[in-house]
Design a protein around this ligand. Structure first.
Ligand code: BGC
Length: 255
């Protein structure tokens, strides 16, 4: 297979590290996804070794193929800046340099929610949507991506808004719902508080709700009373890989 129009996306999560070559015209996987358990402890060195194994397994990846990697934390210029739900040794770690040395290949490193937001705006639920789109991923934490007229404003971190004196993700993330054994009806008021606060601050044109729990969106989105349209993500667990690949290609092109 030619490497033209392909980029490799790798999504680093708490339980698995997943990668696939992405056809950037279609926004689809060009080969089956490979998943390897996240090593424990999930230190940068251990995770980078797994990323290298994934890259090696895809022979579609050539010297000129962009490679994008998501991390569940703030990333500026390839350096991880926060670690709310990952090993603290990631803070101030230059993942880009480490991976580039390990792989002998240029790598683009991005926040996981930013990658998912970019994928949804280019190929998914918010395709061609102008104005301000906010993607939220409800999972272990709450990740957010802000996209204005399709352009990403990176590292928004609105999952950590302080609401009623608490970090929002410690109240409204879907992991908290599971931990406390809440039903969708029990959880909905927490989401209501979160999304109505977000909309009062930013007046977005659309919310897209991602994360594994978005497959059950019909059980909780109708319970929310907010003025902004709110819809489930379309690409689900493919969004991180597709968005990372897309952003890597853009970075490769120089923007
Ligand atoms: C992190 C974000 C991340 C989100 C989802 C939050 O705790 O601060 O950077 O996007 O979790 O993984």
């Amino acid at each position: 297979m030619s490497s033209k129009g392909l980029a490799l996306g790798i999504d680093v999560g708490g339980s698995g590290i997943k990668g696939a070559p992405v056809d950037l015209k279609k926004g689809e996987f060009a080969a089956s996804r490979l998943r390897i358990d996240t090593p424990q402890p999930a230190t940068p060195e251990a995770v980078c070794k797994v990323i290298a194994q994934i890259v090696e397994r895809f022979d579609q990846v050539r010297d000129d193929s962009p490679i994008g990697v998501t991390i569940p934390g703030v990333v500026t210029e390839g350096v991880v800046r926060s670690a709310a739900n990952i090993d603290k040794s990631w803070i101030d770690y230059d993942v880009k340099s480490l991976l580039e040395k390990e792989l002998d290949h240029t790598v683009h490193v991005v926040n996981d929610a930013d990658a998912a937001g970019v994928a949804e705006v280019h190929y998914g639920a918010a395709e061609h949507k102008r104005g301000l789109v906010i993607l939220t991923t409800l999972g272990t934490g709450i990740g957010t991506a802000l996209l204005l007229d399709g352009k990403l404003i990176p590292n928004s971190e609105l999952g950590h808004l302080e609401i009623d004196g608490l970090d929002a993700e410690t109240v409204a993330a879907s992991s908290i719902k599971d931990k406390e054994g809440l039903s969708y009806a029990d959880w909905a008021p927490r989401l209501q508080r979160y999304y109505s606060h977000l909309e009062a601050l930013l007046w977005p044109d659309l919310f897209v709700v991602g994360g594994g729990v978005s497959k059950d969106a019909d059980q909780f989105l109708p319970l929310l009373k907010i003025r902004t349209p709110i819809i489930p993500a379309k690409l689900r667990n493919k969004a991180g890989i597709i968005g990372a690949a897309h952003l890597a290609k853009e970075a490769h092109r120089g923007g």
